[in-house]
Design a protein around this ligand. Structure first.
Ligand code: PLP
Length: 375
């Protein structure tokens, strides 16, 4: 029997780990400000520097400077606005909105297509690269909707051969697969703590040592003048604990792939030919399944699941009461009948086989009802 809410939306945000919460509660007992010269100030600096090391260890990022930010959105905005001399920014159509909608007015924006499996089209990128070297390419490591893992090391090689710079949104990969910045060879990376059991409102920008970047937020001289404002010490400590736990849990996280296989099979049994699973033929992060069902209204499906205490996401945004077609489904050239029927499941460490069975049961009821109404 399922008595607890079934949370299948870990790509949106994850529950804070007990250990991170405990560590944060301890920090909140003291007036820690890293700018203070007294003992509370030195303790704050010690905690923040430990966190920097934990993040560098998790990402093999010892040659990168860590700038703490409010999250990946701010990190990306800092990169797009803070590199001197960049005239062109290229990014793919499958990027998260924090990249896709970050279009500084003084820059030329170039969109790169994706193939039908949701992988960035490298040939298109090569054709669209500017003739000069004053450009930045931004490419995500794992897509937030499909989970598809992108060929970042290959893209970085192409970008560097043309003497450009590369930024990588690593948000959905951290804590789910091993992320090694040295091996990816990117110049900048953006990360958010709440996607891997850290707190919301804290993240980081990693900048390869030796590259200069201007601050987005101006004021005092925190973070070596790269990001003004008092540091969120408790948030940083929670982030730090989440980094250590992510490192320890990677093997366990990979096992979530078995639940996804079960889920996928169950959905095939229910929907048959009406089912379209995105990025089915490429490597993905282990916890993600994005599927669309012909002529389904995904918002109705989400509400049906919600009424049964199952929380998941639709692949299409609802605005002013009307359902928009999903940008990602369009980018992957999905057939018209699938465009409003996308559902995203993002599993986490606590999810169980029983929960998958329960979901399949609830979804089957919904599917069969919809079929009756249509015919
Ligand atoms: N990049 C990706 C791939 C994401 O999934 C998200 C969050 O949904 C973000 C960036 C933005 O993260 P935040 O809202 O924490 O800034």
């Amino acid at each position: 029997m399922i008595t607890q809410p079934v949370y299948f939306d870990h790509n949106a945000t994850t529950p804070l780990s007990n250990e991170a919460l405990l560590a944060m509660n301890q920090v909140y007992q003291f007036p820690y400000n890293t700018s203070s010269v007294h003992q509370f100030g030195s303790k704050a600096n010690q905690l923040v520097n430990e966190a920097r090391k934990n993040l560098q260890n998790l990402l093999n990022a010892h040659n990168y400077e860590v700038i703490f930010t409010s999250g990946s959105t701010e990190s990306t905005n800092t990169v797009f606005n803070g590199i001197e001399g960049i005239s062109d920014i290229l990014f793919s159509v499958i990027e998260h909105s924090s990249v896709f909608n970050c279009r500084p007015h003084n820059k030329n924006i170039i969109e790169i297509t994706s193939d039908k499996q949701g992988i960035i089209n490298i040939l298109d990128l090569q054709e669209k690269l500017p003739k000069h070297s004053n450009f930045l390419v931004s490419a995500m490591l794992a897509n937030n909707e499909t989970g598809a893992i992108q060929p970042i090391a290959e893209i970085a090689k192409i970008v560097h051969q043309k003497s450009g710079l590369i930024h990588c949104d690593i948000v959905q990969a951290v804590g789910k697969i091993k992320v090694d910045l040295e091996q990816l060879n990117v110049d900048f990376a953006s990360v958010s703590a709440h996607k891997f059991r850290g707190p919301q409102g804290i993240g980081a920008l990693l900048v390869r040592k030796g590259i200069d970047i201007k601050p987005l937020i101006l004021g005092s001289k925190q973070e070596k003048g790269k990001r003004a404002g008092s540091l969120n010490v408790a948030g940083i400590v929670g982030f730090s604990v989440a980094c250590m736990q992510a490192q320890e849990n990677l093997t366990e996280f990979a096992k979530i792939g078995n639940l996804i296989t079960k889920l996928q099979q169950g959905l095939k049994n229910i929907c048959g030919d009406n089912l379209y699973i995105l990025s089915q033929e490429v490597a993905k992060i282990p916890n993600t399944l994005f599927f669309a069902v012909a002529n389904q209204n995904s918002q109705t499906a989400v509400i049906h699941c919600d009424l049964h205490n199952i929380y998941l996401s639709s692949g299409s945004a609802c605005s002013s009461g009307s359902v928009n077609q999903s940008r990602i489904l369009k980018a992957l050239s999905a057939e018209e009948k699938f465009l409003q029927g996308g559902l995203r499941i993002g599993l986490g460490l606590g999810n169980t086989e029983q929960e998958i069975d329960y979901f399949l049961n609830v979804y089957q009821q919904f599917y069969q009802l919809q079929q009756k109404l249509c015919h």
